[in-house]
Design a protein around this ligand. Sequence first.
Ligand code: FES
Ligand code: FES
Length: 151
Amino acid sequence: MKISLVVNGEQREADVWAGESLLFALREHLALPGSKNACEQGECGSCSVLLDGELVCACLVLAAQADGHEVATVEGLAEDGRLHPVQEAFAETGAVQCGFCTPGLVVATAALLEANPDPSEDEIREALSGNLCRCTGYVKIFDAVKLAASR
Ligand code: FES
Ligand code: FES
């Protein structure tokens, strides 16, 4: 089936099968591999994207459900060749090790700061509770969120 959706502000079309996930469609049909496929079960958050402004796991959304909707991925955050402040903060604080969780965490953090520019420690932990990182121990990630918020 054909779907038509807006991805990172651009009208895009894809030919998908009925059971295909939005994550698969983004990565394999729309050449947007930034959203990572780690668990494919909604457990890790590495595939986090915004669907009509709501943070979702793209592995749990059917591509067909995104037909006619707006999707924002990590690729859409940088503007005019400049990293998004959240991306800069992750790089500066050393919140990236293997990097597999990073795109999802960056998208989730950007969504948090959009809704709540000055989150408390508890609010940060709650907002990122769906994003797993097996490398960093999370301390640097929370530092990155606080740095981005301070800017
Ligand atoms: S790949 Fe989607 S939540 Fe893990
Ligand atoms: S940096 Fe490796 S999983 Fe987070």
